[in-house]
Design a protein around this ligand. Structure first.
Ligand code: XBP
Ligand code: MG
Length: 257
């Protein structure tokens, strides 16, 4: 068994960057482009986020909010086309470079790399979306920072299922006990925990009221020197910022000596 902390497995949406509202706007743009009068406001979108994955979310919206909508015979193709439009709007928005990373993300990943920790992505989003964020929101293109990018292409069964984490662990030949996941959502926590990976949560406005029972710690963000983070629930507070030493301490609490 590998017990040393060897890798960080990172969620993307809501964790690396506050992208969920960009997703919401991209869905609305795609609906308008398709001539549909659907508009997802933030209150509705928070409820729709219960379902991970954009295509799954559209289907859930139709079932719940538009049960009388006349879906074409090939409903899957209709939803896939709508979703492809959404992905184009989303990628264009990220390419404008205007979506910043969350506080502490670039700092912590740089520190983790310097300390020899391995990095991977574990997300339910579309591959193009991950690449757009890694290319445009980091100070330098960060695609090469991640040994494995586990996304909706690699693991079509989405969070809260463990598949995306299991895929990353399998590719990296790592035991879950050698990793910490960083997530922002209840579904993300369930997914990582189901794969056996202990999880640190940084919440955002869409997820701050969710249930994070079983997380190592719940923070508002990872913290920067001029922007200390706050412990919202769970174990021990970091000293203003999540750094590699704090992660090692969290990890030591969870594994046998
Ligand atoms: C995020 C998601 C994603 C995006 C939409 O989940 O649910 O589905 O909101 O992405 P997580 P797509 O952060 O847990 O990975 O539209 O590309 O599916
Ligand atoms: Mg997320």
């Amino acid at each position: 068994m590998q017990h040393e902390l060897q890798a960080l497995l990172l969620d993307v949406d809501g964790t690396l960057a506050d992208t969920e509202d960009i997703h919401r706007q991209a869905f609305n743009a795609a609906f308008a482009q398709a001539g549909l009068d659907w508009n997802w406001d933030q209150a509705l979108y928070s409820e729709l986020l219960a379902v991970t994955g954009g295509k799954e979310r559209i289907r859930y919206f139709l079932d719940r909010e538009r049960p009388d909508f006349n879906l074409p015979d090939d409903a899957n193709a209709f939803i896939a086309e709508l979703h492809a439009g959404k992905t184009r709007f989303y990628v264009d928005a990220l390419a404008s470079g205007s979506v910043p990373l969350r506080p502490g993300v670039e700092r912590l990943l740089n520190e983790a790399r310097a300390a020899g920790l391995r990095l991977a992505i574990a997300t339910t989003t579309t591959p193009d979306n991950v690449i757009a964020l890694l290319e445009h929101s980091f100070g330098v293109p960060a695609t090469g920072w991640f040994e494995v990018i586990a996304d909706a292409g690699a693991a079509p069964v989405k969070k809260p299922a463990p598949d995306v984490y299991e895929h990353a662990l399998d590719k990296m030949q790592l035991s879950p006990a050698a990793c910490i996941a960083i997530e922002d959502s209840h579904n993300g926590l369930l997914s990582a925990k189901a794969a056996g990976v202990d999880t640190l949560i940084t919440v955002n406005s869409y997820t701050e009221r969710q249930d994070f029972d079983g997380a190592l710690a719940v923070l508002d963000h990872l913290g920067e020197p001029d922007m200390p983070c706050t412990l919202l629930a769970g174990g021990r507070a970091p000293d203003g910022m999540v750094d590699v030493e704090y992660l090692l301490q969290l990890h030591r609490q969870t594994v046998p000596a």
